[in-house]
Design a protein around this ligand. Structure first.
Ligand code: CA
Ligand code: CA
Length: 535
């Protein structure tokens, strides 16, 4: 009897071994057990020391990270230069032209299954491959998810929204601006509140809640939430996680919120700079003369008289904004430094991939425009950095790349090749050799059917009314001179036109295109007159 049982067990074991061998042979290659530290920074443009967008920027932690191993991409561009759509593109791996997830994202969830049918969101993909996945801060636009039904498919654990427990005194200055995650506002609400007065702001806010968020200033200790700035709390949560022992590899998304407007940070970061000697980006007097009407409508912005005009009318406002943005940058650089130091002091130091990205850039008055939401260099250009323990190359890749490439790159670095469903391309060739030539321009879209194609040396813009811009980055990195209508550049325009999409998804939730805010603004200008400052 005993003999028989042993024989049966042996048979069962043999069967199991045969079956599992068969199974292993059929299954894809096992993912490498590397951890991933996935850091995002909201609205960070190239005013990072090593990227040289502003020569006075103080960002020692980012500079050190970018220049001591790994590859930074100095020509990386957002698929759609606004928070929610850019992040949805990065995390889904789908370009807005294929998902329909453009700037109006309230309906994004309605075609989720259609967009995601062949694949998972990045954290979900890793979770399904044995990873512990963590999120803290602004990863998707709303934090851990913009798709509430799917949140638990993405994350093993996500941090609480620290801003939910905001003190009344901190709430008071912001007047209900969007998500509380962007608080605190400056003491009296900011420069536009001062300029227009409380009543105007409160009345106007009902229609246009982005009105007064364009502001900045230092915060004293009493104006900062009790647990610290939200980015400090985000860094602390991530640092705690890095101290824990894990059986599984982890993917940790750490989403910093500054330097998003309002540009506020603790006073000490403002004190790093001499306000009066700061370089302010040059805007030529005739800058807008060669910009098509559609571009002018985009430049107009959100405030009552238009961002540029409102900023110009308040004494010292533009200098305040530049100073405040730089202070926010140094502040968030400090938080990033803390997390990187924690990683380097942890047991995960040598088996963790670091990815760092911003969702798009930021205008500080260039093209008479502020914030993002445009197709010029300042808006689409982002920050992107990869470091992997499997490669000891380091340096700068100057090839144009898209933030859409993040998902396929990570999958590739982890040893998988199943990336057909994704719209981006793996950047592993450039990570292995930063001098690798790729010749694959980045395509950005702003709202529906307005495109920028960024090749190595050119930016070509094509608005949905057919008007165009072309800039030669070898001679004109500030994009002052639009060459699109000059006959000698016809060939360059034609070459870049080939990269425009042949088809594009309608904005999700719409059955036909009936025009948008810019079309209506242009109609209004054609009826009355265009603001003088845009001529
Ligand atoms: Ca953003
Ligand atoms: Ca110009």
């Amino acid at each position: 009897m005993l003999f028989n049982i042993t024989r049966m067990l042996n048979f069962k074991n043999t069967l199991l071994i045969v079956l599992s061998t068969l199974f292993l042979n059929c299954s894809p290659k096992k993912m490498e057990n590397l951890n991933v530290l996935f850091i995002s920074v909201d609205d960070l443009n190239d005013w990072v020391g090593v990227l040289n967008g502003h020569h006075q920027a103080i960002t020692p932690n980012l500079d050190k990270l970018f220049t001591t191993g790994g590859v930074y991409f100095s020509n990386a561009h957002s698929a759609q230069p606004v928070c929610a759509a850019s992040r949805a593109a990065i995390l889904s791996g789908k370009h807005p032209i294929n998902s329909g997830w453009y700037s109006n994202t309230s309906k994004m969830a309605t075609n989720y299954d259609e967009v995601m049918k062949d694949h998972d969101m990045l954290p979900e993909y890793l979770k399904n491959n044995g990873y512990d996945t963590f999120a803290v801060g602004k990863v998707f636009h709303s934090g851990e998810s913009d798709f509430k039904e799917h949140t638990n498919d993405y994350w093993s654990e996500f941090a609480p929204h620290f801003w939910n427990n905001m003190e009344e005194s901190v709430k008071k200055t912001g007047r209900g601006y969007r998500g509380y995650m962007f608080y605190p506002f400056p003491k009296d609400g900011g420069q536009l509140v001062r300029a227009y007065g409380e009543d105007t702001i409160n009345n106007y806010y009902r229609e246009r809640n982005r009105f007064y968020s364009l502001c900045g200033g230092p915060l004293s200790d009493s104006e900062i939430p009790e647990g610290g700035m939200y980015d400090e709390q985000i860094a602390n949560w991530a640092i705690d996680k890095l101290k824990s022992k894990r059986a599984n590899p982890f993917f940790m998304a750490v989403g910093f919120i500054r330097p998003h407007v309002p540009y506020t940070a603790p006073q000490k970061y403002f004190d790093l700079y001499d306000r009066d000697s700061l370089w302010i980006p040059t805007v030529p007097e005739d800058e807008m003369k060669d910009i098509p009407l559609f571009g002018k409508a985009i430049a107009y912005g959100w405030t009552p008289k238009g961002d540029w005009e409102d900023v110009r009318e308040v004494e010292g406002f533009r200098r305040d904004l530049v100073h405040s943005y730089l202070a926010c940058l140094s502040f968030v650089d400090g938080q990033i430094g803390k997390v990187i130091n924690a990683l380097n002091n942890s047991e995960y130091k040598d088996n963790t991939i670091i990815v760092l990205w911003s969702d798009h850039g930021q205008h500080l008055g260039e093209k008479r425009h502020y914030r993002k939401q445009a197709l010029w260099e300042e808006a689409t250009k982002s920050v992107l950095y990869f470091k992997t323990p499997n490669s000891d190359t380091s340096g700068e890749s100057k090839e144009p790349v898209s933030l859409l490439d993040i998902y396929p790159t990570l999958v590739d670095l982890l040893g998988e090749s199943n990336i057909e469903a994704l719209d981006g391309k793996s950047l592993k060739p450039q990570i292995d050799n930063p001098d690798q030539i790729v010749n694959n321009p980045a395509l950005s879209v702003w709202e529906y059917k307005n495109y920028a194609v960024r090749s190595k040396n050119w930016r070509y813009i094509h608005y949905r009314d057919g008007s165009e811009e072309l800039y030669d980055h070898t001679k004109d990195p500030e994009e002052y001179n639009n060459l699109a209508n000059l006959p000698e550049y016809k060939k360059v325009v034609e070459e870049h036109k080939k990269w425009l999409p042949k088809t594009e998804a309608l904005p999700v939730g719409s059955k036909e295109w009936t025009g948008g805010k810019y079309d209506r603004l242009i109609e209004e200008w054609e009826r009355d007159s265009i603001p003088v400052w845009l001529n």
